[in-house]
Design a binder for this molecule. Structure first.
Ligand SMILES: [Mg+2]
Length: 227
């Protein structure tokens, strides 16, 4: 059994996806189900899942179907959403180990901010798409972290990860889905479940399966894994 604490003396950045990762429930989809006209968003989502359109185009098409105020969305996510109960311990352990941690999400800032604030994790830097609320209940979505090079994703996680690369000796990526493929491919170590684990398991990448952040903490800081 190898103890990965050898990283403790190297500058490490931990990068975490949000939906399906920090938040076990995908709040983006939950909000679409609650606040969008169902048939319209499912048709757009099917095009996204089949790769016909990127998430940026999907968001641009789905935004006009949404009707919600900021307060309605926040009340909804605080009622039905929640952060992985093991994440706070992992975050403190990372901080105490001298590691930095950021969140890269192709979701929406409004619910990420609300959910982090409730757990007193508001100081964590996150990169996400931005919701702009209109006075009439309409909303639009802006993409402050999109990339001109590709243009498919609302938030280009890869470009943000590359900007941090020069400042860190090691990058650890924790995620679960398709939007994590590009940035995880540039990370040194991957913690994956779902599609992300399927993508990198058995490849040359160092990739560990996790169910929740207690697994990530045990493997990363206690060396608790089987080779
Ligand atoms: Mg995800």
């Amino acid at each position: 059994m190898e103890v990965i604490s050898k990283w403790d003396d190297e500058k490490t950045l931990v990068v975490c996806d949000f939906d399906g990762t920090l938040s076990p429930r995908d709040m983006g989809y939950s909000i679409l189900e609650r606040f969008s006209m169902r048939n319209e968003w499912e048709r757009i989502d099917n095009d996204y899942k089949k790769g016909f359109i990127g998430s940026r185009e999907a968001y641009q098409k789905v935004a006009p179907t949404l009707r919600a105020t900021r307060r309605e969305i926040i009340e909804y996510v605080l009622c039905y959403g929640g952060i992985d109960p093991h994440f706070e311990s992992f975050y403190r352990r990372s901080f105490n180990s001298g590691h930095d941690l950021i969140i890269l999400s192709d979701g929406l800032d409004v619910y990420i901010e609300a959910m982090l604030s409730r757990c007193d994790l508001v100081g964590i830097r996150y990169y996400a798409n931005k919701v702009v609320f209109g006075d009439d209940g309409s909303l639009s979505i802006e993409f402050p972290y999109s990339s001109k090079n590709c243009g498919k994703c609302g938030n280009c996680k890869l470009s943000t990860l590359k900007k941090h690369r020069r400042s860190y000796a090691r990058i650890v990526y924790v995620g679960d889905g398709h939007s994590d493929f590009c940035p995880a491919g540039e990370a040194d170590v991957i913690f994956g479940k779902g599609l992300l684990y399927e993508r990198f398991s058995g490849t040359e990448k160092e990739c560990y399966y996790y169910d929740d952040f207690s697994d990530v903490e045990n493997i990363l800081y206690n060396g608790d894994h089987q080779d």
